[in-house]
Design a protein around this ligand. Structure first.
Ligand code: AMP
Length: 384
């Protein structure tokens, strides 16, 4: 690595922005490519605006970067392949392709003995009946590709919902494909954020517990309070996945936990929202370690510093004061225009002890009128 090393990032959202911020102390330069001119990483790094399928734009990008990586997993796999013939690309396009398709992903999980909820693919309206019989109800009809943050999903509570589900997503059977998954009445959602270096070194941050609202992450707490045996299994699942995919960089494995059993939901082949707490709550953040991994540098320690809780700001930013007044309060505004459902920022609260973190969360929740957002992590911290 030299101070002239340029890291290219496909996708210019908040993940690219936080990667660029994290890479600045390493003397790195960045080039971000996005389809829109107001991509928020463009406020910190040169931005190339272009379509990911446009070979001229990709060639321009490849010519300027030493290594390329992703902030966005839905970059077409063919574009990643094309790029990898012209530049070093991490993670490799095969890992990206697997993570882009819920069927390929679940099939791989099964091959690796990572338990998954029952599932069946759906090609037509009649097929949906067969899938419902095979999987049972309640279940969720999901697009195989291009779904994120709960988008491209329809909850089927009983057979009577099949028409409405088909009405909502049926048209996408021919384009992105559909899959039915058993609904898991999970007790907790956990994620393993992991990093694998070019030399195969593998590390994980402490497990994170996550709470979603309408399919979108609302709060993350780390380290999650889990039995050591459960944590060991979660880490082994992530390790086997990383090895099989010859993965380089950071990824997240999302897990449902039910009755001591872990079921894999999906993997994200990039830095992940449930790892944002690592910026202030771990020795080395997921962003820093992702850059180190793709550049072949030594990985940093992934240990937690006390206890941290991340709160997502969706739609619009609340007032910063309540968080900034906290001793362990950290504010992240992604510089985006407010828009319903959009992730515009987050806050992380950090403390040395669970009770102190719970107190801080309650103060912030009260001041911002967000008691319901802080309630689940507070309950977990207080052992309720
Ligand atoms: P996904 O886009 O698949 O990560 O789904 C977003 C969120 O929806 C998950 O984090 C869960 O909270 C919920 N969800 C998705 N799939 C299931 C499932 N099979 N059973 C129960 N909840 C689910």
């Amino acid at each position: 690595m030299s101070t002239r090393t340029t890291v290219g990032i496909l996708g210019g959202g908040q993940l690219a922005r936080m990667l660029a911020l994290s890479g600045a102390p390493l003397g790195l330069r960045f080039l971000v490519m996005d389809t829109v001119a107001d991509a928020c990483a463009g406020q910190f790094a040169p931005l190339l605006v272009g379509d990911y399928r446009d070979e001229a734009a990709l060639a321009q990008f490849a010519g300027k970067v030493d290594v390329a990586t992703f902030d966005f997993e839905n970059v077409p796999a063919e574009s990643a392949e094309w790029l990898s013939a012209r530049a070093q690309v991490f993670p490799n396009p095969r890992a990206l392709a697997v993570a882009q398709d819920r069927l390929a992903e679940k099939t791989l999980f099964r091959e690796l003995d990572i338990p998954v909820p029952e599932f069946a693919t759906v090609a037509s309206r009649q097929d949906l009946e067969r899938a419902l019989d095979a999987v049972g109800v309640p279940c969720i009809l999901k697009t195989r590709r291009l779904g994120y943050d709960g988008k491209g999903q329809f909850r089927i509570r009983g057979y009577g919902d099949a028409d409405a589900a088909w009405e909502a997503l049926g048209a996408q059977a021919a384009t992105v494909g559909l899959i039915v998954e058993a609904f898991v009445p999970f007790e907790r959602e956990l994620s393993v954020v992991a990093v694998r270096g070019r030399d195969g070194e593998f590390r994980t941050w402490p497990l994170t517990e996550n709470w979603h609202v309408d399919g979108v992450l609302s709060a993350s707490l780390a380290p999650a309070r889990v039995e050591p045996e459960l944590a060991r299994r979660a880490v082994e699942h992530a390790r086997s996945l990383a090895q099989r995919l010859d993965y380089v960089g950071v990824f997240a494995l999302e897990l449902f936990c039910r009755g001591g059993e872990l079921l894999a939901n999906e993997m994200a082949p990039r830095v992940h929202n449930s790892g944002h707490w690592t910026i202030e709550g771990a020795q080395t953040s997921q962003f820093q370690n992702h850059l180190r991994a793709v550049l072949g540098l030594p990985l940093g320690d992934t240990g937690a510093i006390g206890h941290a809780c991340m709160l997502n700001w969706i739609g619009q930013m609340p007032d910063a004061g309540a968080v900034l007044r906290e001793a362990g309060g950290h504010w992240h505004d992604y510089g985006k225009e407010p828009r319903a459902g959009r992730k515009v920022g987050h806050a992380t609260l950090r403390a040395d002890a669970p009770a102190a973190l719970a107190d801080a969360l309650e103060r912030v929740g009260r001041t911002l009128g967000r008691e319901s957002q802080v309630a689940p992590p507070v309950a977990a911290l207080r052992g309720l």
